[in-house]
Structure formats: structure tokens, C-alpha cells
Design a protein around this ligand. Sequence first.
Ligand SMILES: [Zn+2]
Length: 143
Amino acid sequence: MYCPFCFNEDTKVLESRVIDDSMRRRRSCLKCENRFTTYERATFNLQVEKKDNSVQPFDLNKISMSLTLACGKPNDEHIADLTRKVQQKIIKKKSSPIKTSYIGKVILQELKKYNKIAYLRYVSVHKEMNDPKTFEKELQLIT
Ligand SMILES: [Zn+2]
């Protein structure tokens, strides 16, 4: 870990705190004594296979983005919680690359439990909803 001010490598940890899924550490540089913060987060190697068969690295931000979109007026804590649940399910599947359609399914399952309006909104964005009958069917499934 380099000090961002003087690039010295020796830093002292002043404080460590777990925030959501990351570890925040306040550090102080032993040379210039400036203070800065670092975040640690667990990462894992997972590839995602898209509909057109292209493969991309798994991006948790995309999941929380689409959850945020679906939830309209999102509560950050709820989004973080939902994102975590989706991630856990995806990791449990233990396959890589994992298909985007599977990720979509997991997101739908979680949204359905959380908020039916958000669930419908997600469905209308992500499934081809050009067909009104499909939409009606989804409606019936949750009502
Ligand atoms: Zn420094």
C-alpha cells in the first residue's frame, strides 16, 4: 500500500471498520504523516456469458444498478442487501461463465420477495415485453 501523497510504502493503520461488505482502514503515512483511507473488498473470478455468447467479467455494480432502476425510489440499504443476496446465489451456482439469463432469474426471485412493483418494473425492462400477453401472464403470477 502506497501513500497517495508521497508514495512511501510504510503506513500505519489507525482504525479498521467493517462497512457492508468492505473493510475500511484509516491509515497514516509513516513518512509524510498524511492520512488516507483504504477499502478492502473480497473479489472473485466469475465470467458472465451474454445472450450473444460474448463473455465478460462479472460486475456486481451492474446488478445493483439494475436493482436500483427497478426499485424506483431505492433505499440504499435495501439495494445493498438485495445485491448481496443475488451475489450469494450466483456464487453458489458455482459455474463460470454464468449465463445472464440465470442472473436475471435470481434478480427476479429476490425482487419478487422484496417488492412486487419493482419486480414488475424489472420484468418490463428485461423481458421482451412487446407482447402484452406475456406481461399479463407475469401480472397474474404475482397478484
Ligand atoms: Zn506519505
